[in-house]
Design a protein around this ligand. Sequence first.
Ligand code: MG
Length: 206
Amino acid sequence: MKIICIGRNYAEHAKELNNAVPEDPIVFLKPPSALLINNKPLYYPEFTQDIHYELEVVLKIGKNGRYVQPEFASEYYNQVSLGIDFTARDLQAKCKKNGHPWEIAKGFDGSAALGPFIALDKVNPEGIQFQLHKNGAVVQDGNTRDMIFSFNDIIVYVSRFFKLQMGDLIFTGTPAGVGPVAIGDKLEGSILTNTGWQSLLECDIK
Ligand code: MG
């Protein structure tokens, strides 16, 4: 199982980190050991002083495929969830400055919090609205219609390099509003379904 992540997929978020809007999707991977499920807490690791939350819509791959063509891309996923791409922003800044890979800043244990999957037909596929609450206040409020690269664009692009396999996860990028977490914070991710808001993910920082 692979955890494929897309960076800078919302223009407003690229701007808030002073990054250019990319021409192709920015792709990185997290190891399976990064997964944090069942609303387990994130224990703040000792190697960073600046962990940020990034709430993202996550797709689960339902079918194997390579070089997926655009007209078939939507057949490769039918379940959706929310995840938090926890990022050690201080380590990431150091890696970027030195032109080094990001893995230690993005793929550490617990860096991929993930909620349970729901069927894609339970949400509006034209634009999935999702929110992150931190200690009860809304800090991110995104809609997938603002993505630079759509779900299908991502499937087409990523499958040129990595064979998609059933069960692979794709974190599709975060909207604006990212920020730091501190020990004691409570994070909650919610998605707008056809029957109203549904809380999918809770994560306490310990
Ligand atoms: Mg991210």
